[in-house]
Ligand binder design. Structure first.
Ligand code: E4P
Length: 216
């Protein structure tokens, strides 16, 4: 399972990217708004940090298919590995099917059911983004959704990849890997939580202390 970082914060992207563990950056309008920059400027700054192979996801904000298509084409032109995020709704599916026929890679976002994921794949989406955390938030089990989509895509040999989104903690990320998600997009804070372990810290402290005792 690949790891993407779910932020548009330059310092967070720089730090996570320097570890060599992330191969994509996902954004949505809320994430971009948090940085107080224009969408194009935020994407340009991210592009300057990451390698050309790194995927960057940018989301359309239009509600009609023809406008989504226009926006999607514009987003796709920003850089070669730009993925266009489009909501999984009637107009969104229409836009995805048009863009995918033009060879533009899309990601059906705001996916909350296996049925929506199946339709996203049928429309030609390269990626589908089911939201684990937001399903948990309403008292359902987000991970069951991911498991179902992963099983369904495996049986159908669907080419669409699952970018599991709305991850809130390290357990989510581990369970996503076990459920068969292709990608987990993870906030910076969760990536750091995955790295830190009190036994690693205390073990390192002891090794360094004992090293001082070795005759030099
Ligand atoms: C992906 O970019 C999604 O939009 C994002 O993971 C949603 O996360 P949230 O539910 O924590 O807002």
């Amino acid at each position: 399972m690949k790891l993407f970082i779910d932020t548009a914060n330059i310092e967070e992207i720089k730090d996570a990217y320097s570890l060599g563990i992330v191969s994509g950056v996902t954004t949505n309008p809320s994430i971009i708004a948090r940085e107080g920059k224009k969408f194009e400027d935020a994407i340009a700054e991210i592009s300057a940090i990451v390698s050309p192979e790194t995927l960057i996801f940018g989301e359309v904000i239009s509600l009609e298919a023809d406008k989504m298509v226009e926006e999607g084409r514009a987003i796709n032109k920003i850089r070669p590995n730009m993925i266009v995020k489009i909501p999984t709704c009637k107009e969104g599916l229409k836009a995805v099917s048009i863009l995918s026929k033009e060879g533009i890679k899309t990601c059906c976002t705001l996916c909350f059911s296996a049925g929506q994921a199946l339709l996203a794949s049928a429309a030609g989406a390269s990626y589908v983004a089911p939201f684990v955390g937001r399903v948990d938030d309403i008292g359902w089990t987000g991970m069951e959704l991911i498991q179902k989509i992963a099983d369904m895509f495996a049986i159908q040999e669907a080419p669409t990849q699952i970018v599991a989104a709305s991850t809130r903690n390290p357990i989510h990320v581990i369970d996503l890997a076990l459920a068969g998600a292709d990608v987990a997009t993870v906030p910076y804070k969760v990536l750091m939580q995955m790295i830190d372990h009190p036994l690693t810290k205390s073990g390192l402290d002891k090794f360094l202390k004992d090293y001082e005792k070795i005759p030099k």
